[in-house]
Design a binder for this molecule. Structure first.
Ligand code: FES
Length: 170
C-alpha cells in the first residue's frame, strides 16, 4: 500500500530544479521537469553516489561520479557513458583499474521511481507503507538460549548438549 507524504511546496521547486529529500530512510531525488514533478531514488544505480549532485538536462540526470545518465521520468539507464570527453576518459581509466585488479564491472541498475501527487499546492511522494502492509513478515524474536550451571569445588561448570542428546559439563 502506498502512502503519500508531503515533502515541500510546489512553488519551492521551480522548473529545472531538483531537491533531495529523505522519507523513512529512503533518499529520494525530486525534480521539476518542465512543470511536471518526478521522483526517483537519489542513489545512482552504479555505485550509489547521490544524484542530487549530478547535472539535470532535458529529463535526465547525469551521475556526478562516472557519468551514467538516467531518465528521471522512468528511472531507466539511458547511457553508461558521460557526456563530456574528459569524463569518458576518467571512466575508462577507472574501468581499466578495476580490470587490473580482477574486479568485474559493476552492473548499473535502473533507478527506483516514486509516484508523485500535488495536493493543495504541496508535492507528495508515495512510498510503501511500513513493513506489515508491504507484505514483509516481521522478524521473529527468539528467546536467548540458557545453559545449566554448576559450581563444584570453586569451579564453574556450564552444561552443554552432546550430539547424542546427553548433557556434559565443561
Ligand atoms: S556511481 Fe554513478 S555512474 Fe558510477
Amino acid at each position: 500500500m502506498i502512502k503519500f507524504v508531503p515533502i515541500l511546496k510546489l512553488k519551492d521547486l521551480s522548473v529545472g530544479k531538483k531537491k533531495k529529500v529523505e522519507i523513512s530512510g529512503e533518499e529520494i531525488l525530486v525534480c521539476n521537469i518542465g512543470g511536471e514533478i518526478y521522483a526517483v531514488s537519489d542513489r545512482c544505480g552504479h555505485m550509489g553516489v547521490s544524484l542530487s549532485r549530478g547535472e539535470i538536462f532535458d529529463s535526465q540526470v547525469e551521475c556526478p561520479l562516472h557519468g551514467s545518465i538516467f531518465d528521471l521520468k522512468t528511472g531507466k539507464l539511458i547511457s553508461d557513458q558521460p557526456r563530456e570527453m574528459i569524463f569518458k576518459k576518467m571512466k575508462k581509466d577507472f574501468e581499466d583499474l578495476l580490470k587490473d585488479f580482477g574486479i568485474p564491472p559493476v552492473k548499473i541498475k535502473p533507478l527506483k521511481t516514486y509516484p508523485v501527487e500535488i495536493r493543495k499546492g504541496k508535492i507528495h511522494v508515495g512510498i510503501e507503507r511500513f513493513l506489515k502492509s508491504s507484505g514483509i513478515p516481521p522478524v521473529k524474536i527468539k528467546p536467548i538460549e540458557t545453559y545449566p550451571v554448576e559450581i563444584k569445588k570453586g569451579r564453574i561448570y556450564v552444561g552443554v548438549e552432546r550430539p547424542n542428546g546427553k548433557s556434559k559439563n565443561k
